[in-house]
Design a protein. Sequence first.
Length: 354
Amino acid sequence: MDAALKRHPLLVTALAPLIPHLLGSAFNIWYNMTVIDPLLIAAGLKQRFIATVIVWNAFAYPAAVLIWLWLILSLRPAFHRLRRGENVPADELDLVRRRLVHLPWYGAAISGLAWLLGAIVFLISLALTGRPMSAQLFWHLPISFGVSGFIATTQGFFLIELASHWGLFPLFFQDARPDRLKGIRPISLRMRGFMWAVSASVCPIGSLLLLLFAPPSPGTNPQSFGVFVAVIGIAFALFSALLIGRSVAEPVNELREAAQAVTHGRLDVQVPLRRADEFGALIGEFNRMVTGLREKEQLRQTFGAHVGRKAAEEILKHDPGLGGTEQEITVMFVDIRSFTARSAHLSRPKPSPY
C-alpha cells in the first residue's frame, strides 16, 4: 500500500484536502438541517435556500476544485522529467519549487475564500427574495460556514503540507536546499504555534461565544447543542495539534538520532531535507557540518598515510591553510671530517645468518 502511494505522490497531494472538506461539509449540512432549516419560516425562503445550495455546489466548488487541480497539474511536467533524470531549466525549476513550497497556502486560500463567499452568497440570496428574514439567520449562517470552513481549511493545510513533504520534496529538492530558495514564504514555527492556539482555543471558545450571544433556534436545546459544537471544535483542535506536533517532533527526532550517530563516530549520516522553514535551515546546516567532518576525516586518513598519523593530526589541528605559518626554529648540522672518503674504504658487514 505504501509503495503504491509513493508511486503517485501528485495524486496523494491532490487528494490531501478531500477528507477535511468532506468533514467540514458534513458539519455544515448537519448545522443547516438542525439550526438553519427551522429559521426559514417565510414562504419561499426554504425553496430559495435549496436552490442556492444546488447552484453553489454546481458552480463554486467545481471552480475551486479546478483551480486546485490546475496548481497540481502545473507540477506534473517537471515532476516526470525529474523522475526520468532529465534536466529542467533553472528558471522553470525555481518557479515550480516556489509553487510547491506555497502549495499549502494556495490550498488554504482557495478553501477559505470558498467558505467565506458561501456565507455571503447565501445571505444575499435569501435577502433578495424580499421575504421577511429572521435576525437569527445573520448569526447562525456565518457560524455554520465559519466553523465548517475552519475545519476544512486548517486540516487541509496541514495534510497538504504533510503530503508534499512526504512525496514531492525529495524529488524536487534532491540537489538543492528548500530553505535557500528565493521568494518563498514557508510557514514558520511561530505561525505554527499561532495556528495551534487558534485551533485549540480560539475556534472552540469563539464558536461557543457566538452560540451564547446568538438567539436560540426553534426546536434546539441551547445547552446540548453548545456542548455538541464544543466537542466537535475540541476534537478538530486536538487533531490539528497532532498534525502540528508531528511536523515539529519528526525533524527533532531525526536530528537527535543523527547527532547521536555522529558522537559515536558515524559520519555517514544524512538527515532527509524536506522542509523550507527553520527546521529546513537547521537540517541543511547539520548535513553540511557532517559533510565537512567526513571530508576532514578522509583527508586526515589519506594525509596520515604519507607523513604519519600524529604528524597529520598535528597539521590538521592547527590548520595553517594555504598561507602557511611563521615559526622560529633551530637547525643543527653535524659533520665529520673526511667522513665520505673513509666510508668509501670501509668493508660492508656480512648479513647475519639469523
